[in-house]
Design a protein around this ligand. Sequence first.
Ligand code: UT7
Length: 324
Amino acid sequence: MNDNVKIKGMGYAAAQRRINNHDFTWLDTSDEWITSRTGINSRYVTETENTSDLALRAALSAIEDAKIDKHEIDTIIVATFTPDMQTPSVASILQAKLGLNDCPVMAFDLNSACTGFVMAFQTVSAFIQTGRTKTALIVGAETLSKVMNWNDRSTCVLFGDGAGAFICTQYASKESMAHFANSRGDLEDVLSAEGLQIQDISNARPLTGGTLKMQGQAVFRFAIDAISDGIRQVIEQSKWSLDEVDYIIPHQANMRIIAHVASKMKIPQEKFIINLERFGNTSAASIPIAMAEAKANGILKEGHRVIMVGFGAGLTWAASTAVL
Ligand code: UT7
């Protein structure tokens, strides 16, 4: 038997305001262009809730789904690149919002952009397998609307705000888990959002936040290779065949990316869990939102073998297997 990780509960939260393609009246774009090039019909954008508020709603729903006492949580990791503040971390803010202040909790954020949730799952799996963690809350949460240039039609129509959460615990199983992660830090310019600037302290100026910049076609090509590589790597490690995998949950960026991977790898498209048509690309939140929604809809079930595969800024990419 192996020390394995059980995803005991899942939850998700969408931001309050739904924006449909035809609502982008200030842009030179169309529903036809966005739908045919991306598969996205709508996305949710926050009006008042920050990243920790969306994370809280997703976390409460995952705790309820897992049927655990929230006080059992000893580890909180939030994958995000759009935190409420530079510091403290969203994970610490979330601990307070969950009312877990009197419990010993290891809380920190992890930034690997859209790959962040898979990295959080891999991190927590290592903690669980070494006994460091008993019950973990991992969350992918983003308020990408904060880093959007709302006049740049090539990016702002793609992204949305939301959060997805897992409760993970230890369990003994015959299956072993497979994890893979890789990075190409030299490709930073392909997808980035500026952070705080180094200041000339003798001539201090107001601080400004950076907006997201992307070379769409370069990311598109990278994404197809990254998803294919991630799937191949964990299939090889796990000794599963692709036929034995019930579902693949890719980062939800563009329907055409997923269709390319499906056709290139000869995987039926029905094997991919996809909800980007309604949520857009929610970066680190996209995989847990897709999985939690699929579980709530009865698509993902106990015992299913799944592969989560993410890619994003860094450039980074990662994949993990799990048995639900
Ligand atoms: O989480 C990681 C995230 N990012 C991604 O995964 C993004 C990957 N890339 C993509 O999804 C696609 O490259 C995009 C959806 C971003 C763009 O689609 P594309 O088919 O690669 O279009 P393109 O960049 O080649 O642009 C084609 C045309 C351009 O006009 P011209 O130069 O041909 O006149 C763009 O200016 O489409 C124009 N365009 C738009 N037109 C209407 C770009 N965005 C829009 C828009 N509406 N929203």
